[in-house]
Design a protein around this ligand. Structure first.
Ligand code: HEC
Length: 128
């Protein structure tokens, strides 16, 4: 029995780290503050300083967050006239995507029923 629980303990230890989301979103928030906040709202609330720039928290209603990686790496050649060409380092992109994902209320378990309802509403039915 002692042996079994030791084995289970070891198993748990070796699996646990992969279950926990790797990086905290803070590094990505830093990237957003430095590179995006001049135009985009970057928090869970608030309006964008540039009214044409969608709040970053709304991106996940329009794109799968991972699909943005390539664009971010290439410097966002998405044909947005007012948007400067931003070249981000690969780790900045990774951090930024972790942060963007953390803004998605549907990406985390929640006991907030109103927030959860929004996750299942048709796209475009949010406030943006
Ligand atoms: C100088 C202002 C400015 C900065 C800085 C800026 N953006 Fe933008 N961004 C805009 C504007 C304006 C638009 C909308 C342009 C349009 O729709 O034609 C936009 C659009 C986008 C879009 C496309 C949204 C869509 O719905 O198609 C993404 C994604 C995006 N920005 C991400 C970022 C990220 C990430 C950063 C920081 C690394 C950033 N932007 C920095 C001004 C900016």
């Amino acid at each position: 029995m002692v042996k079994l629980s030791w084995a289970l303990g070891t198993l748990f230890m070796s699996i646990a780290p992969t279950c926990v989301s790797a990086e905290p979103p803070e590094a990505g928030l830093q990237v957003a503050i430095e590179k995006c906040s001049g135009c985009h709202a970057i928090r869970e609330e608030g309006l964008s300083p540039n009214p044409w720039a969608p709040p970053l928290r709304t991106l996940n209603t329009r794109y799968p967050i991972d699909a943005l990686r390539e664009n971010f790496l290439k410097g966002m050649e998405v044909g947005h006239q007012d948007m400067p060409i931003l070249i981000l380092a690969p780790e900045e992109v990774t951090n930024l995507l972790v942060y963007l994902r953390s803004l998605d209320p549907c990406g985390k378990p929640s006991s907030d029923k109103a927030a959860m309802r929004k996750c299942f509403a048709p796209v475009g039915n949010g406030n943006q």
